[in-house]
Ligand binder design. Structure first.
Ligand code: MG
Ligand code: MG
Length: 367
């Protein structure tokens, strides 16, 4: 029997700014899923990353199932009502449309889903990010699935050695989902050319080439600005990754996050800052809300979750957090000068663009 994991996430309001959901809002979403998901779900886990609430669900309904999406949508709606009553900042922020139309994709929440024939020892990692964009997964997944310097399984395991198929989306295309499939290792340089443009090209899925029906990665590709037609916050992506045996090991996938690489996001969604790995249920930082990533590892059996490991909650990651803090300060020291602040096309607030428009009229061509 196939199992589907659905991870649906939304920002429906923060305490005193874009920090974290209030306890009441968080409890409301949890209780709603608990009560209304009983028949539909095999298991679930509700948690938060910065100001975003994530609902992880296991079930037998397949991907893009209306009932599953509706359950999450209504849970976020119920949470939004509480957020409004408490006057939370950005109450209901990610629920961009008024009514549910069968699928939360295109309505605001981020979605990652993966359906698979459960292995006897199904190991799964779940990553959730806040204050950044879907392309933030490009580098860690590139390293974990293509580079033997980072991911020794690629040369130690014959199954991994056959490579992976990457599905990459051009998020600037607005009339549908524009996807390219590339096979590693032979398409590696083409893949690199796309993944370097993190603001445009985003990994949507990765499949095993040894077992082509086996999907290993699913990532959310929501670009809120395209749905709303204006800036409404960063997209704050999520990903589900299957691990071990025919896939990279849990530690080969997690290890790539030690880079604390620079990503677009941070304050007003307008800066390049390092991605800091943080502990489960962390609030956003008031140090310019530095981009953060949380990770949990769990085992799934007959759709039921084991307890989970908070993968960034051990001493090694304290060092990475220090490194990320230093990288953050070093970049932040140059304030609004690129590349600390994002280029004009990516600035999420209109102020600078307005100014530049006005200044354009005052320029004179000297002869
Ligand atoms: Mg927010
Ligand atoms: Mg957020």
């Amino acid at each position: 029997m196939k199992v589907t994991l659905s991870l649906i996430k939304a920002d429906i309001g923060g305490v005193g700014g874009h920090t974290r959901p209030s306890k009441k809002v968080f409890q409301e979403v949890k209780d709603f899923i608990e009560k209304n998901g009983k028949k539909l779900l095999l298991d679930h886990l509700v948690f938060y990353t910065g100001d975003d609430i994530s609902i992880l669900m296991s079930h037998r309904e397949g991907v893009s199932d209306k009932k599953i999406h509706q359950l999450a949508w209504e849970a976020f709606k119920a949470g939004t009502e509480v957020a409004k009553k408490q006057g939370l900042y950005g109450a209901g922020q990610d629920l961009l449309k008024d009514s549910f139309s069968g699928n939360v994709k295109g309505l605001g929440p981020a979605v990652a889903e993966i359906e698979f024939e459960e292995r006897v020892n199904e190991a799964v990692l779940v990553f959730t990010m806040d204050k950044t964009e879907p392309g933030a997964f490009n580098l860690p997944f590139y390293l974990a699935f293509t580079d033997p310097l980072w991911s020794p399984g690629l040369i130690l395991s014959p199954d991994l050695g056959k490579g992976f198929t990457f599905e990459v989306v051009d998020t600037e295309y607005l009339s549908g989902t524009k996807v390219i499939k590339l096979n590693t290792p032979e398409d590696l340089y083409d893949l690199a050319c796309l993944l370097r443009e993190t603001r445009r090209y985003v990994i949507k899925a990765i499949y095993s080439r040894a077992y082509p029906k086996e999907q290993v990665v699913s990532t959310s590709i929501t670009r809120l600005k395209h749905i709303a037609g204006r800036y409404v916050g960063k997209d704050d992506p999520v990903a589900i990754v299957r691990a071990q045996k025919i896939f990279p090991a849990t530690e080969e996938i997690g290890g790539a996050f030690r880079l604390a690489h620079y990503v677009g996001g941070d304050t007003r969604g307008s800066h390049n800052q390092p991605l800091m790995p943080v502990k489960f249920n962390s609030p956003a930082s008031v140090h310019y809300c530095i981009p953060i990533v949380q990770g949990i590892a769990l085992s799934v059996h007959e759709g039921k979750f084991s307890d989970f490991v908070d993968v960034f909650d051990e001493p090694f990651w304290d060092y990475v957090r220090e490194k990320a803090s230093l990288k953050s300060i070093l970049m932040r020291e140059q304030g609004f000068i690129e590349p600390s602040m994002l280029p004009r096309e990516e600035l999420e607030y209109g102020g600078i663009v307005e100014r530049l428009k006005n200044l354009e009229k005052k320029f004179k061509i000297e002869k």
